[in-house]
Design a protein around this ligand. Sequence first.
Ligand code: CP
Ligand code: NVA
Length: 308
Amino acid sequence: MKHFINLKDIKTSDLKKILKDAKKRKFKRKNLSTLDVDKGAPLKGKILIQMFEKSSLRTRLSFYLAIRQLGGGTITLRSNELHLGKGSESIADTAKILSTYGDGFMLRTDSDEKIKEFVKYIKIPLINGLSPSSHPTQVLSDVFTVEEIKKKPISKLNICWIGDSNNVLNSLIAASVKFSFKLNVGCPKRYEPKKAILEWIKKNKKTINIYYDPKKAVKNADVIFSDKVISLNDKVNIKKKTKDFKKFYIDSKLLKLAPNSIFLHCLPRGNEVSEKVFLGEKSHVWQQALNRVHVQKSILMYCFDKLR
Ligand code: CP
Ligand code: NVA
């Protein structure tokens, strides 16, 4: 049994195994319908309990399809309908019950501390489906999408992030260390990654390049990633933050500075990117979103110790 909480804590060899398995499984499903089960139904009889403390469309649906396609099932809990969410049951007791009723637990939470607390008591795999500090299932899937589209290992590509230093960027930084790719970050001053993250990069003998000018950040980029300026956990002055990011708006003019680039975005989108770019030919956001099903299947296989 293995948890999937932060990319930085998972062995690179395991992350690569997950991607390899996802590629094989995706290929083999070419002629199958959405709810057809993969050969051998490797997770037959297993139930994944999902719990969302924040909104979700993609993560919810992709985990539903992922476990179903592996032969298992899922139930989704709303935290505000649980005793835990109402503050009248402890994480310890909730975790013990989840462990006796279920086989896996996927949690989207507004608290990294809560994940740490769950890990202390849970006896089944715990998957982080987005926390304030990371979004590991999204980013591993994005690595898959990049390699699928560019037909090259990501280590040979220049990756660029234009946007806030949020959970998705933190996971992308972790991926840049694990998969050894070059990463340029374009963000306004005072919106750089946190000191602890920069120290972690240094400790791992890696560098990322931070630019306060988006034009410099996208130079030579093979992939340009972006995300909402205001994240789910953001308790900021929205007007001010939006204004601070004005220069980092992604439009066709900016993309022209990186002629070989593709555009990716985890969705949902805000006002950080033009409609023309988002729906344009360089954008692969729909393929990116759907790939989450394929990669999360292999993440589940990893968690259930079924990856060979
Ligand atoms: N990208 C992503 O995690 O989307 P949802 O918030 O809809 O799950
Ligand atoms: N950074 C965004 C990602 C949404 C999938 C957020 O946390 O809201």
